[in-house]
Write a new protein. Structure first.
Length: 480
């Protein structure tokens, strides 16, 4: 099959969150299964044009809402064999950030969504499946359903993957025309959403299939609590959303080869974790205390991630022999209580308000526990990375967290982490203190670390599930 990924971000070209990791690694896993894969992304500021990309001699004209947008096309191929198409339109994509609050935010990604299939058709490429991601490319299924299809795209099917249901784009009815959305589709069964046009909804009702990034989250988004207003739309689909877990690249995340880990190690020889713990303590100016349990969190500091619970639970957490490291930046309402806690407890808590990949990797390699107390979590990659590095996760029972972490049993013979259920400081504290107690008990901790590191969260199984989903879509009929 020929699978075309259309996304707003992807490693190694642009990264804001976990979507970029998925778009950077899943195509390579599918290519390894023998499929042709093309990834279409915007050409953002900072992408090196000196890389091995060929620029087409003429720009591609993209008609949209009565206007025409000329888009430069750059083409190349990654070492994995995945083809890459970068679409350059400086006035839309070369800004200070990938995502903005600018008034034309919807237009920026509507141009991407209209241009991607147009460029693929111009190449003469027969595409079997367009795999689109989140609201930014949700108009790809809409355009393919509403507009005439060129020959190479006649049979193309569309899959929309929702990485986070909370992220939706609403525009006024008067803006629909400029985005190429037909006024006839402004009704409750179409794009209308409480008096606005909802771009994510447009994709949901237009795509051949809808998926999301974990089995549990696939169920959660069909409930009022998890659906963010679109649960009824999802429940009404001919086929329910399918949940397929994200994976991680085991070569990219490997403590035996990671250049940012001062003491490299593997499952057979995990002793390097001891040196990395001291390196992390030294790097953040914490007292070097090997016997203390060191808990780390690496996350965007937004309410979803639940790290405000860490600050609220501090009196209960610090009643045991615990050091806490939080790495990330974001919402001041989450950040400031953590910074205040770090000032009040300089011997126990460090807050690094940065996005620092090297420091994050050292935290994975040097921490005993990894904290992921999310209020909701579609999948989550950090807990998988932490497990790869031997840090035992403490997670809330939601979304992909509960799908990837098995709670340890009372005798510590099974399980890969510590699971709690309520988004409540006391429940988080109980889970952490349980983990501290287990670690202090002795040899069973080493067995837990080994179990954690042996869990396979690579893309192998999930890529096969996507392959099966694509095949079912293609064999089920041509594009509509």
């Amino acid at each position: 099959m020929h699978i075309c990924f259309v996304a707003s971000e992807g490693v190694p070209f642009a990264k804001v969150g976990g979507l970029a990791d998925v778009v950077g690694s899943l195509p390579a896993a599918l290519r390894a299964l023998g499929h042709r894969v093309t990834v279409v992304l915007p050409f953002y500021r900072g992408i090196d044009r000196a890389q091995s990309f060929a620029r087409r001699l003429s720009a591609a004209p993209v008609p949209l809402g009565g206007a025409a947008f000329d888009v430069e096309v750059f083409e190349g191929r990654l070492g994995s064999g995945v083809e890459v198409v970068l679409l350059r339109r400086p006035d839309l994509f070369e800004r200070d950030r990938v995502y903005t609050s600018d008034p034309d935010e919807a237009l920026r990604f509507a141009v991407l969504s209209r241009a991607a299939p147009a460029v693929m058709a111009e190449r003469g490429d027969v595409v079997d499946v367009f795999h689109c991601h989140d609201w930014q490319t949700a108009l790809v299924p809409y355009y393919l359903r509403r507009l005439p299809r060129p020959g190479p795209l006649k049979g193309a099917r569309t899959l929309l993957t929702i990485h986070n249901m909370a992220h939706q784009m609403l525009v006024g009815p008067d803006e629909m025309g400029a985005l190429g959305i037909d006024a006839a589709d402004f009704h409750p069964g179409g794009v209308e959403f409480y008096g606005k046009a909802n771009l994510l909804k447009a994709g949901i009702v237009s795509a051949d299939r809808v998926s999301t990034v974990s089995p549990t989250y696939a169920g959660e988004i069909t409930t009022p609590d998890g659906g963010h207003g679109l649960d009824g739309v999802l429940r009404a689909l001919p086929e329910p959303p399918i949940g397929i877990l994200n994976g991680i690249d085991p070569d990219l995340w490997n403590p035996a080869t990671d250049p940012h880990v001062p003491h490299r190690y593997d499952i057979e020889s995990p002793e390097g974790r001891f040196g990395n713990k001291m390196a992390l303590q030294h790097r953040l100016d914490l007292p070097i205390r090997p016997k203390a349990t060191l808990a780390a969190a690496v996350a965007r500091l937004v309410p979803q991630k639940g790290l405000d619970l860490v600050a609220a639970a501090a009196p209960m957490l610090l009643a045991c022999d615990l050091q806490i490291v939080v790495i990330g930046d974001g919402d001041p309402a989450v950040l400031e209580p953590l910074e205040r806690l770090a000032r009040d407890e300089p011997e126990r808590v460090r807050m690094a308000a940065v996005q620092d990949d090297a420091l994050a990797r050292l935290a994975y390699a040097g921490s005993d526990l990894f904290l992921a107390p999310s209020r909701f979590e579609p999948c989550g990659l950090t807990q998988m990375i932490a497990m790869r590095y031997g840090s035992a996760p403490v997670v809330r029972a939601t979304g992909g967290l509960v799908d990837t972490v098995v709670d340890v049993d009372a005798r510590m013979e099974t399980g890969t982490g510590f699971v709690f259920h309520d988004a409540d400081p006391a429940d988080l504290a109980r889970a952490v203190r349980r983990a501290v107690g287990v670690r202090a008990a002795g040899p069973t901790w080493a067995a837990l670390v080994e179990r954690v590191m042996r869990v396979d969260h690579s893309w192998g199984i999930s890529a096969l599930r996507y392959e099966a989903l694509y095949r079912s879509m293609v064999e089920g009929g041509g594009g509509s």
